[in-house]
Design a protein around this ligand. Sequence first.
Ligand code: HEM
Length: 239
Amino acid sequence: MSANPTAVKQKPNWLIEMLGSTIGRKLMMALTGLFLILFLAIHLAGNLQLLVPDEGRTFNEYAEFMGHNKLIQIVSILNFAFIIIHIVVSIILTRYNRTARPVAYAYNRASANSSWASRNMIWLGMILLIFLVLHLINFWAKSKFGPIEEVVYEGRTYHDLYAIVKMEFANPLIVGVYVLAMAGLAYHLLHGFQSAFQTFGVNHVKYTPIIQSFGLLFSILVPLLFAAIPIVMYVQSLL
Ligand code: HEM
């Protein structure tokens, strides 16, 4: 008796199934987004050390620790993977939304139904992507592959990453790009938090307002502090 080939069932691949459904894609966006939000908070705490008035010693020692710690190296690989997943899934979601409704509603006042940030999420994301590529070329690539000067503190040699950041932020054009990109980041985070709450179905009389207030505060404060770093360092370069 020959087996019926149509009866042979393929084992479902959870990743393909997840990417195949709208809720799966939204869940991927929300989960990777939350990880990236955590990264931003840690990255900000590290970068604020650039403002310690010791000619970069605190920051360089911190960067050296981060660059050589095995756990941080694994988190860094995950971070890059999540950035790529977040971008690819966002493009798939946008394409799906457009093909699902190729003809616009006869009456659709978009501004009354959704926020500016939510309608322009993909463009805000694209601006952030361009910022990120330039940012990684300027800082991350130089810290990993050089050229980079060395500095000695108490007999130990460190990469002088501070000198690279100081040189970049002495350029008003670069400072301007950072400040604009951080305004884009604020909008992106504002909508990102809201979307993630919707995806997770956050709906609690007591906790929802607290979580929403936290999202609002984070979306404004974190980009503001990031933007303050190049501004302060630029002013310092003039003194
Ligand atoms: C004033 C603002 C910022 C400064 C001074 C800054 C500085 C730096 C520096 C010095 C590095 C290299 C660290 C190293 O390799 O040891 C780095 C890496 C990185 N930055 Fe920033 N950054 C800023 C804002 C941002 C923002 C807003 C984002 C995201 C939207 C971002 C994303 C990244 C990523 C993904 C890396 C690579 C991290 C890794 O190795 O895992 N940075 N940044």
